[in-house]
Design a binder for this molecule. Sequence first.
Ligand code: MLT
Length: 265
Amino acid sequence: MASASKAIELSVQTSGRGPAVVLLHGFPLDRTMWDPQVTPLAERFTVVAPDLRGHGKSPAPPGPYTMEQHVADVAALLDRLRVERAALVGLSMGGYIAMNFVARYPDRVWALALADTRPQADTPEGRQARVQSANLVMDQGLDPFVEAQIPRMFAEATIRDRQDLVDWYRRVVGSGRPSAVAAAQLGLAERPDTTAVLAGVRCPVLVVVGEQDAITPPADARLMADLIPGARLEIIPGVGHLANLEAPERFNAALRTFLETAAPA
Ligand code: MLT
C-alpha cells in the first residue's frame, strides 16, 4: 500500500560539518540518547540526530510503525537536508532501521555502524510478548513498562552505580506517548528478517555490542560480523544494551576511528 510508507517530517538536531553521519536511536527513546556522541563526532562530521516517528518531538501518527515507514522518514529527512550519502549509526531499533535502509538504498550509505542490534525477526513468542506489552502500555500507561525495561537495558553494575542514567531512562521513556510506544512496539513485531541483506552490504561496517547486552547479546553481534564482508567487531566489556551511554569513551573511540577511516575523501 503506497500510503503505508508515506514519510513524515522528523524533528532533528544537526551539528558540525563534514560528511554526514545519521544517528538512529533505540526504542522507545529519543535523540538525546546520542548526547555523549554528538560533540565528539561533530568535530569531523555533520551529525544528524532525528527523533524517529512517535518518539521525542516527532509526530506520532497512528501505527504500527513499520521499518518501511521509518526508512521512508529517514530518506525524506536526508532529501530535506540535501544529503545524498550518509553513514548510518543505529542502536537496537535504530540498527533494524539502518539494515532496512541499506537494503533499500545501498548507494546512499557510505558506512554502517550497527550497535546492540540483530538481524533476525522476532520469534512467534517474541511477537506475542510485544503485543502484550503494547496492550499493557495502552491499559496501564508507561510506568510499569519503564520499570520492566530498566533491568533489560543496562548492566547490573550500571544500575547500581549510575543512577543518573537510570533516572534519564525513566524520564525519557516515561514522558513518551503511550499510543506511540504501543505503535512502535507493534511495528517492531512486524519487522522483517534482514539476515540475507547482510552478505550483500558493500560499505564499511562496524558492529559494536555491550558484553552484557541481554536483549541483543554478543552472539548476535558475532553473527552479523561473520555475515558482513570485512566487518569489524567491537565488544565493550562490563556494559549492557545501551553501550553508547554506559561506556561512552570506549564506544566513541571505536566509532570515531571507524568513521574517520571509512569517510569519503
Ligand atoms: C531497542 O532498544 O531499540 C529495543 O530494545 C529493541 C527491541 O525491543 O528489539
